[in-house]
Ligand binder design. Structure first.
Ligand code: F6P
Length: 341
C-alpha cells in the first residue's frame, strides 16, 4: 500500500515517535510506501509532500515538534477543500491516510471517512481532552514541564514572600493544571470546568501565608471567575472557531493584590509546554500508537482511532474521539481540594 501521513493542529512532543513507529513497521513488516503530507491538512489540500522513508525517519525519536510540520488548516472552510484533498491523494497514488491530531484534525478525518476516504486516526494533544482514550501523548511531557516550573517558582516565591501565579494551557479542560498543580503542591488549582470564587481564592492565599509559606496558584488559561467571563487575547477566531486565550493569570494577580495587599506576579508558561523532547512515557505511548495505527491500516480497519484503555492500545470508532470533550470530572477536582489553602 501507499500511505499518506500528516500531523495537524498544535504540535506536541511525541509526534515524531509516532511517525517513526508507523514507517519502521510499515516498511519492514508490510512493505508499504509512505508519503509525508506537510503542515497538517494544508499538505493534501495543496499536494505539498515530503518523502517518508526509513532513512528520513531515523534519529527523530527524541525530537520535539514534527518533521512533517503542522497547521490549523480546516479543509471544510476552504472552497472545494474535500475535492482538492481527494485529487491530491489520487495524484500521489495514495491508498489511505493516517492523521495524527487532536479534536480539530480528527474531526476533519472523521468527516473524510464518512465521505469515503480510507483513514486511521492517532490521538495527540497536550490538553489530554480527546474522548475515548485514557491519555494522549504530549500530555505527560507538558505536565512535567509545568511541574518543574512550579518547583522553581516555589523557591523564589519563598525568598520574596510573594504570591506567584502560573498560567498553563487548557482551553476547556483543566488536565494540565490539575496534574501539574497536584505534582507541584499548588496552593490552589483553577480549571475551566469549575468557575472559581475570587473570595475563596483570597482565603486560600491568606491561609497559606498564615502557615508561613508563599502561595502558588496554578490556573488554566480557560478558567473562569464566578462573576466574570473567560479572559481572551483578542476576538479573532482561528479556522476551527477557537479564540486565543491567555490573560487570566494577570487578571488574578491584579485582583488578589488589590484585595489582600500581597505582592503577586504571574508566569505564563505558554508554548514552552509544547516544545522540546518528549518524556519516556510519551515516547513509549506515541511509539505504541504508531505501531498499532499501521497494523490497523494494513488490516484495512478504516475509520478507527488507536486509543489507550488502561495499559492496552485498542481501536475505537474514529467518530467517538470527538463526540464530546474529555473534561476533568468534578469528583477528581474535589479530591484535590484537601490540599488547597
Ligand atoms: O490544543 C493545544 C493547545 O496548546 C491549547 O492548550 C492551547 O489553547 C492552544 O493549543 C494554543 O494554540 P496556538 O498554538 O495555535 O496558539
Amino acid at each position: 500500500m501507499r500511505i499518506g501521513v500528516l500531523t495537524g493542529g498544535g504540535d506536541c512532543p511525541g509526534l515524531n515517535a509516532v511517525i517513526r513507529g508507523i514507517v519502521r513497521k510499515g516498511v519492514k513488516e508490510y512493505g508499504h510506501e509512505f508519503v509525508g503530507f506537510r503542515d497538517g491538512w494544508k499538505g493534501p489540500l495543496e499536494n505539498y509532500t515530503m518523502p517518508l522513508t526509513l532513512e528520513s525517519t531515523r534519529g527523530i525519536l527524541p525530537k520535539g515538534g514534527t518533521i512533517l510540520g503542522s497547521s490549523r488548516t480546516n479543509p471544510f472552510k476552504i472552497e472545494n477543500g474535500v475535492e482538492r484533498i481527494k485529487q491530491s491523494l489520487a495524484d500521489q497514488g495514495i491508498d489511505a491516510l493516517i492523521a495524527i491530531g487532536g479534536e480539530d484534525t480528527l474531526g476533519v478525518a472523521t468527516k473524510l471517512d464518512a465521505l469515503g476516504v480510507k483513514v486511521i486516526g492517532v490521538p495527540k494533544t497536550i490538553d489530554n481532552d480527546l474522548n475515548n482514550t485514557d491519555y494522549t501523548f504530549g500530555f505527560d511531557t507538558s505536565v512535567n514541564i509545568a511541574m518543574e516550573a512550579i518547583d522553581r517558582l516555589h523557591t523564589t516565591a519563598e525568598s520574596h514572600h510573594r504570591l506567584l501565579i502560573v498560567e498553563v494551557m487548557g482551553r476547556h479542560a483543566g488536565w494540565i493544571a490539575l496534574h501539574s498543580g497536584i505534582a507541584g503542591g499548588a496552593t490552589c488549582i483553577l480549571i475551566p470546568e469549575i468557575k472559581f470564587s475570587l473570595d475563596k481564592v483570597c482565603e486560600w492565599v491568606e491561609s497559606r501565608y498564615k502557615d508561613g509559606f508563599a502561595p502558588i496558584i496554578v490556573v488554566a488559561e480557560g478558567a473562569i471567575p464566578q462573576d466574570g467571563d473567560m479572559v481572551t487575547k483578542d476576538a479573532k477566531l482561528d479556522a476551527f472557531g477557537h479564540v486565543k486565550l491567555s490573560g487570566i493569570g494577570d487578571w488574578l494577580s491584579e485582583k488578589i493584590e488589590e484585595r489582600t495587599g500581597h505582592e503577586a506576579r504571574t508566569t505564563i508558561l505558554g508554548h514552552i509546554q509544547r516544545g522540546g523532547t518528549p518524556t519516556a512515557f510519551d515516547r513509549v505511548l506515541a511509539t505504541r500508537f504508531g505501531l498499532q495505527a499501521i497494523t490497523a491500516a494494513s488490516e484495512g480497519d478504516w475509520g478507527k482511532m488507536v486509543a489507550l484503555h488502561g495499559t492496552d492500545i485498542v481501536r475505537v470508532p474514529l467518530a467517538t474521539a470527538t463526540e464530546k470533550l474529555k473534561t476533568v470530572p468534578l469528583e477528581r477536582y474535589k479530591e484535590t481540594e484537601i490540599f488547597f489553602g
